[in-house]
Write a protein that binds this ligand. Structure first.
Ligand code: AMO
Length: 438
């Protein structure tokens, strides 16, 4: 249909005839002539309509879909400066065809400085994403996804896809959605935890999954969803949880470095400046409590950080170590699931960690307990019986290497990286306790 995209045109095309197609951003009639801003997924270009075309098309509504041919002209330098949005060329239209006329009025304001509230924008997400900002966010999110698979592939992890219809999970504290399943009750997976451990033990040794995770949590915050995308990985033959943290550190170094290169224009338009992390500092929860106490916030010994505590630690790490990231270590046994390993010298803590990025937890990981007798005892301590999860118990019976892994949240990573202020801005169609549509 097209010969070019709007955002690809430059002075090199000056003098050429091109065919473009896209949405009418605005149409400004100025006397007998008019200027149409045409937008496609690559950007915006200004199209000049002469008297005849203006007469014919002056009633074209914003967001209608049009196809046009025209000549590429270099814009005078003073105009380019005055109106950066439309770039260095403009099109002098020869033909214009309305492929699909948009209704009026539009249900939301489709402009960069939209005043429509988030909730309404989400009701009409397909229109909302037509804004350059929406296109930029989801182009970057897509790149994060692609770079994540590239990273794990490079590091010799095997991609797995595990069931989301399950009998039950192992994440204590994370509620499950129960659904009828042919006379039984199934749970929507709240983590691929069981399966990622299972397939390390299967001999694949290093596995990862980017998949949907369901949490029946009635949380109304800017960082909780009931359905989100998890980036989980698990690796065998580790010496400690620090081996897992080393992979995470490498992942973020790779991800941010490549994003800076591959999404340069999108990041610039969003005003986002990324920093490739150096060595990510590590802070025990014990030390974090001391730091917070000095700042007037008390976290009890067997408790972990709340959202405010994470924010305060994020600010402290930025000031003290000039780092956006921090690994928080030694989470209390009372707050962690039964499958986290505990160090021999201190059974009150676990060999686990959280990764806090700009004051928000974006990952939880640990070395897993792989010795069946200890795992069963840990289960008992939590008031659980591993016999109720026979297929999980079996993993530890026939040759199970020491292993560990982590779960990261893709939506949280995107929200934090782009500083969007609400996780709902980072996902196309959020699900939360109030939202089940569109
Ligand atoms: P956890 O429950 O901490 O750990 O989840 C891991 C990461 O998933 C993201 N996340 C969420 N994102 C959006 N909305 C939510 N409601 C939500 N809940 C969690 C966060 C979080 O850090 N099995 C363990 C992981 C492991 O040990 O490997 C687990 O699920 O970014």
């Amino acid at each position: 249909m097209r010969t070019h995209h709007c955002g690809e045109l430059s002075v090199h095309e000056a003098g050429k005839e091109v065919t473009l197609a896209g949405w009418v951003d605005t149409l400004r009639v100025s006397g007998k002539i008019s200027f149409l801003l045409l937008r496609d997924r690559t950007g915006i270009v200004q199209v000049f309509l002469d008297k005849a075309l203006t007469e014919q098309f002056q009633n074209v509504k914003p967001q209608s879909v049009v196809l046009l041919t025209g000549m590429v002209n270099k814009r005078p330098a003073n105009q380019v400066k005055a109106d950066m949005k439309t770039g260095e060329v403009e099109i002098s239209a020869k033909t214009l065809e309305v492929l699909n006329m948009a209704e009026t009025p539009l249900p939301i304001e489709v402009s960069e400085d939209t005043t429509t509230g988030l909730d309404k924008r989400l009701d009409y997400r397909f229109l909302d994403v037509r804004r350059q900002k929406g296109t930029d966010i989801f182009t970057i999110r897509s790149k994060i996804y692609a770079l994540t698979t590239a990273f794990f592939d490079k590091e010799k992890f095997i991609a797995i896809q595990t069931p989301k219809l399950t009998a039950s999970g192992v994440e204590s504290g994370a509620e499950e959605f129960k659904i009828p399943y042919f006379g039984k009750t199934a749970s929507l997976a709240q983590s691929p935890q069981i399966y990622k451990q299972m397939f390390v033990v299967s001999g694949l040794e290093r596995v990862y999954e980017i998949g949907t995770i369901f949490r029946a949590e009635k949380s109304h915050t800017t960082r909780h969803l009931t359905e989100f995308t998890g980036v989980d990985f698990e690796m065998g033959f580790i010496e400690s949880e620090h081996d897992v943290m080393a992979v995470i550190e490498k992942y973020f170094q790779f991800l941010i470095k490549e994003l800076e290169k591959e999404c340069k224009e999108e990041l610039a338009r969003l005003g986002v400046h990324l920093r490739v992390p150096k060595t990510i500092p590590k802070l025990s929860l014990h030390d974090a409590r001391k730091i917070l106490k000095e700042k007037g916030k008390v976290i009890p010994e067997d408790d972990d950080l709340d959202a405010e505590g994470e924010k305060m630690i994020g600010a402290y790490i930025l000031e003290k170590f000039d780092s956006d990231f921090v690994f928080m270590l030694d989470y209390p046994w009372t707050k962690r699931p039964f499958y986290h390993m505990r160090p021999d010298k201190d059974k009150k803590v676990t060999k686990s960690f959280d990764l806090v990025f700009r004051g928000v937890e974006i990952a939880t990981g640990a070395q897993r307990e792989h010795r069946l007798d200890i795992l069963e005892a840990q289960c008992k301590e939590k008031g659980l019986d591993l016999k109720n999860l026979p297929f999980y118990r079996d993993i530890f019976r026939y040759g199970c290497p020491p292993h560990g892994g982590v779960g990261l949240g893709l939506d949280r990573i995107t929200n934090q990286l782009l500083d969007l202020g609400n996780i709902r801005e980072a996902i196309l169609l959020p699900r939360d306790p109030e939202r089940l549509t569109p």
